[in-house]
Design a protein around this ligand. Structure first.
Ligand code: SF4
Length: 305
């Protein structure tokens, strides 16, 4: 069977089973082509609320399917591959946060949306990479614990030197391994290129950037810019996506090592089985977890506008 034949079977099965497929931008091109919506994690969850289908198949990692379920509790939400987890989302436990809260009752706990539902239950407000600076700026409390990504936390901290922002030693194992050497090497090769980078990269990488922002922000910058060459400092799928969308411009990876193996676990066969109801894993929550975890997402929406 060819990739095209399998994609056709998925498209037909979607209609038969009343399914909407959501794919994170880091998924393979073949999966993005059969998806109804492609985007970053928060956009997918927000769009999921608007779709009419009774079932959502999430092609991404576990916390994304959880967030979609929290925002669309009446829909059936299935993650296409139950093995697809984000190592950063699971770096800390709710018990560690509760212990911190007990010792520091005057701190607000801010979590990147890339966290488990269990961690969201002990969080005051969630943020995305595109909203983190804005939301932290709107918090009245100047004492903040920011988890789990210390690099995104450092980026936020640089915007508010007057705030006391504590970051734990967590982060994305993919973006976090980029170095200043990687930047030097690629900039020497393409000295005219604009350097666009995700804030999950370390500060010594971000400090050389022309733009620091979320996946959606990087794509928007490249669309608007008159520049012809860009170095992309985030997962390598975005470089491919941008090259297909703007063939007149040139896009280069900061490094080929910027590849998320968890995002690449899901296959077209997984998607087909999840759509047909013979594979994947349904996400469910008890009422208490659903209410507590949803609270910090509602706060993010309220503070983010
Ligand atoms: S790129 Fe990093 S943060 Fe994103 S899913 Fe992979 S490990 Fe998690």
């Amino acid at each position: 069977m060819t990739v095209e034949q399998l994609q056709k079977m998925i498209t037909e099965a979607k209609k038969e089973n009343d399914v909407c497929i959501l794919a994170h931008s880091y998924q393979t091109r073949a999966i993005c082509e059969v998806a109804d919506i492609v985007g970053d994690s928060f956009r997918l969850s927000v769009e999921a609320q608007k779709v009419k289908n009774r079932k959502i198949v999430m092609c991404g990692v576990h916390f994304m399917a959880e967030t979609a379920k929290l925002l669309s509790p009446d829909k059936t939400v299935v993650i296409a591959s139950d093995e697809a987890g984000c190592p950063m989302a699971e770096q800390f436990t709710p018990e560690q946060v509760l212990e911190f809260r007990k010792a520091h009752p005057d701190y607000a706990v801010v979590s990147y949306i890339n966290t488990t539902a269990a961690l969201k239950c002990v969080t005051d407000v969630c943020v995305t990479s595109s909203s983190a600076v804005e939301i932290v700026g709107r918090l009245e409390n100047n004492n903040i614990l920011f988890i789990p990504d210390k690099n995104l936390g450092a980026f936020v901290k640089s915007a508010y030197p007057e705030k006391n922002i504590v970051c734990w030693d967590g982060g994305c194992p993919v973006h976090g391994k980029m170095t200043a050497q990687d930047v030097l090497r690629i900039k020497q090769k393409y000295p005219e290129a604009k350097f666009l980078v995700h804030p999950e990269c370390p500060p010594e990488v971000c400090e050389n950037a022309d733009y620091i922002g979320s996946t959606a922000g990087i794509i928007a910058y490249a669309r608007k810019s008159d520049a012809q060459q860009f170095i992309i400092g985030t997962e390598i799928s975005i470089t491919e996506q941008l090259s297909c969308e703007m063939p007149e411009k040139q896009f280069f990876n900061l490094s080929k090592r910027l590849i998320c193996s968890d995002m690449k676990i899901t296959t077209l066969v997984d998607v087909y089985n999840a759509v047909c109801g013979t594979g994947g894993m349904e996400i469910t929550f008890d009422a208490d977890t659903a209410a507590k975890a949803r609270h910090c997402i509602d706060e993010m929406i309220r503070l983010g506008g």
